[in-house]
Design a protein around this ligand. Structure first.
Ligand code: PMP
Length: 429
């Protein structure tokens, strides 16, 4: 497959952009080789600047649950663009979007829009600290909550890919207030709360971890977090930037039937435009300015284009869509697993609705240690075999894959066929 235009572009990009990219994982540092430059998408497919077609399992890192070029969403954005790009004043669409979020996610009584997942989690942490009057927070190793200082400690995603456990520039004093526990380990959380009683402002957790592959919660884990925080007076924050509206119309909390105190959203809620949101209990959200003392603001927050894309996307997420996404993901994972077995390749898989993770040379993956033991070098070869045959997976062994409602049986079967003939058959055995 000829990707010479992409290779030319990354050389040019490196002269004006650090590493040639505006977000690290895009650079293919983990998997090696030159990143692919895309210029259009349609349904489950994306097309690069050399006009190669790929089945897309990145979906802009999650937002594209309705596939690329979802016409009603494109039309909504265009219609809004013709009226105005923004005012920096309140608009009715913001209320409609807030109402749509609140209607779908019962734990959210009030919600504030921001511009990225990072902003959402950073603001939710500040709010939890302001509300409780406590400084410490607890996160889980391998969970990624964006790149704000407090949260860039033992994080997942690009930090794992690049091997930066803690970034230079994060003050030691800030990192010291971030406690860590292994994901899915409730006794570790109990021990930490016993050590720091009434000192921890919040637990922040990805209810389904998606930044170290895809790792669902073990039974009782999320319920355990709720019990512990309630007893101690800490807040429970579900970071649903990735899982929000991805796994269920009420997000992961709707699927597992848990009501966190605060929730962070991003990706799908912006329909592909730059959006984040945080919301939750009305008494906690009332601590946010201008109602309360905890400061948070944004020039472009609630931007009309972003709001129109988010509203259109949410309005198309019905039970039938989730059913279709779940079935396509089941078929994909079952097909890949069967072929791995046929070729005697050890591959563990996890998947929940439209999220999946593939892990080589391990049997089961429930936490960061398990992911770390997987064979990254084998994943990288697999990734390139797939790429060269028209399947675009996340360029890192530590990222979840995403399936959209447009991944029909043709796209799924094409993926599995490529994997059989070229992926496992040639590259891995
Ligand atoms: N939280 C989670 C769970 C995420 O997956 C991400 C991004 N992948 C973020 C926060 C940060 O979001 P953003 O990249 O929009 O800042």
């Amino acid at each position: 497959m000829n990707r010479s235009t992409s290779s030319d572009l990354i050389r040019r990009a490196k002269r004006s952009i650090p590493g040639g990219v505006n977000s690290p994982v895009r650079a293919f540092k983990g998997v090696g080789g030159d990143p692919v430059f895309f210029n259009r998408g349609n349904g489950p497919y994306v097309y690069d600047v050399d006009n190669n077609q790929y089945v897309d399992y990145v979906g802009s890192w999650g937002p594209m649950i309705l596939g690329h070029g979802h016409q009603p969403t494109v039309d909504a954005v265009v219609a809004q663009a013709q009226k105005a790009l923004g005012f920096g004043a309140p608009t009715e669409g913001e209320i409609t979007l807030a109402e749509a979020i609140i209607e779908r996610v019962p734990s959210i009584e009030k919600v504030r829009m921001v511009n990225s997942g990072t902003e959402a989690t950073m603001s939710a942490i500040r709010l939890a600290r302001g509300f409780t009057g406590r400084d410490k927070i607890l996160k889980f190793t391998g969970c990624y909550h964006g790149h704000s200082d407090s949260l860039l400690v033992k994080a997942g995603s690009g930090v794992l890919t690049l091997g930066i456990p803690n970034s230079p520039g994060v003050p030691a004093a800030v990192a010291a207030d971030t406690l860590n526990a292994p994901f899915n380990d409730i006794s570790a959380v109990q021990a930490i709360f016993a050590q720091y009683p009434e000192q921890i402002a919040c637990i922040i957790v990805e209810p389904i971890a998606g930044n170290m592959g895809c790792i669902p919660p073990v039974e009782g884990f999320l319920e355990g977090l709720q019990d512990i925080t309630r007893k101690d007076g800490a807040l429970l924050i579900f970071d649903e930037v990735m899982t929000g509206f991805r796994v269920h119309k009420g997000s992961a909390q709707g699927m597992y039937n848990i009501q966190p105190d605060l929730t962070t959203l991003g990706k799908i809620v912006g329909g592909g435009l730059p959006v984040g949101a945080f919301g939750g209990r009305a008494d906690v959200m009332s601590y946010i300015a201008p109602e309360g003392p905890v400061y948070q603001a944004g020039t472009l927050s609630g931007n009309p284009l972003a709001v129109s894309a988010g509203l259109s996307t949410l309005s198309h997420l019905d039970d039938a869509l989730y059913e279709r996404v779940a079935q396509a993901t089941d078929a994909l994972v079952a097909g890949l697993k069967a072929l791995a077995a046929k070729h005697k390749v050890q591959m563990a898989t996890n998947h929940v609705c439209g999220m999946f993770g593939l892990f080589f040379d391990v049997e089961q993956v429930e936490n960061f240690d398990h992911v770390s033991n997987s064979n990254v070098e084998k994943f990288n070869r697999f990734f390139h075999a797939m790429l060269d045959n028209g399947v675009y997976l996340a360029p890192s062994a530590f990222e979840a894959g995403f399936v959209s409602g447009t991944h029909n049986s043709e796209a799924i079967e094409a993926t599995i066929n490529m994997y059989d003939v070229f992926g496992l058959g040639n590259a891995l055995v």
